[in-house]
Design a protein around this ligand. Structure first.
Ligand code: ADP
Ligand code: MG
Length: 253
């Protein structure tokens, strides 16, 4: 197996507080890998580092045959302001800007591809609708249509199914299966272990450090999950201690 992305001792901090600690491992080419772990485990931070949204020293995140520019990335809780006056079709077409350039205009071909992508996600005829008029499930379908248009070999998804209805989740999981069948590399943060078992052959379990990384069956054990939860409880206890330490100095001031 060849690595699509390899991590070498990845350590990432916000204001010098480490969010990801000494993580090393390989995301295999053409494989679907799930990233799981308690809240605050550094899952989103790790994805941001891979995409290039968090600065990393040279060599910490290395790419195989594809590069960071070949990634289609869906952030946690879509960062698009849905009150923005933009249609469904134009939102999908935003996936195409890397091919057309900002000022390249939209070709008839791109428009037809966007319409085809909308059909694939079950939103035929939704093109002219305002994005603000959609349910969250429908909007998530639009964002998946945009990824379809991007046609990227590397697809990174951050909690794509949180607060999304079951029907939409099932449909979009089929799309992920199809991407995997096409040989794309998929990395997704997930919370539902059933989804992980059924659709992701590899799993990374994070708790700031990497608790386990490998075949999903081997990683998703009760022992590993308990270990990750205990580690998360320890962060909370440490936070509480820090808070108490700060209180006297505040009173003294
Ligand atoms: P997860 O996605 O696993 O829930 P995150 O990567 O979002 O975890 O966060 C990991 C840690 O980094 C948490 O302690 C979180 O509070 C902190 N963190 C995340 N984003 C920021 C930020 N923009 N500024 C400061 N701290 C952050
Ligand atoms: Mg997150």
């Amino acid at each position: 197996m060849t690595a699509a992305i390899s991590l070498h001792n990845v350590t990432l901090s916000y204001h010098r507080h480490p969010a990801v600690h000494h993580v090393s491992g390989q995301f295999q080419e053409g494989i679907a890998t799930a990233i799981i772990g308690p809240n605050g485990a550094g899952k989103s931070t790790l994805l941001k580092a891979i995409v290039g949204l968090m600065p990393t020293p040279d060599g910490m995140v290395r790419f195989g045959k594809h590069k960071a520019k070949d990634i289609a990335y869906l952030p946690q809780q879509a960062s698009i302001d849905r009150s923005f006056p933009i249609s469904v079709l134009d939102t999908v077409l935003l996936g195409n800007w890397q091919h057309s350039g900002w000022f390249g205009g939209v070709s008839q071909k791109a428009r037809a591809a966007a319409e085809a992508a909308l059909i694939k996600v079950g939103l035929e005829g939704f093109g002219p609708r305002h994005i603000g008029s959609l349910s969250s499930g429908q909007f998530q379908r639009v964002l998946f249509a945009r990824i379809l248009l991007q046609d990227a070999p590397l697809i990174l998804l951050d909690e794509p199914f949180t607060a999304i209805d079951t029907r939409t989740t099932t449909d979009l999981l089929h799309l992920i299966d199809h991407w995997r069948y096409e040989g794309r590399t998929i990395i997704s943060v997930l919370h539902d272990y059933e989804q992980v078992r059924n659709h992701f052959s590899e799993t990374v379990l994070m708790a700031k450090e990497c608790v386990a990384w490998g075949a999903t069956d081997v990683v998703l054990t009760r022992e590993n999950l308990q270990r990750a939860n205990v580690m998360a409880e320890n962060w909370l206890e440490n936070a509480a201690i820090c808070h108490r330490d700060e209180t006297p100095s505040t009173e003294a001031a």
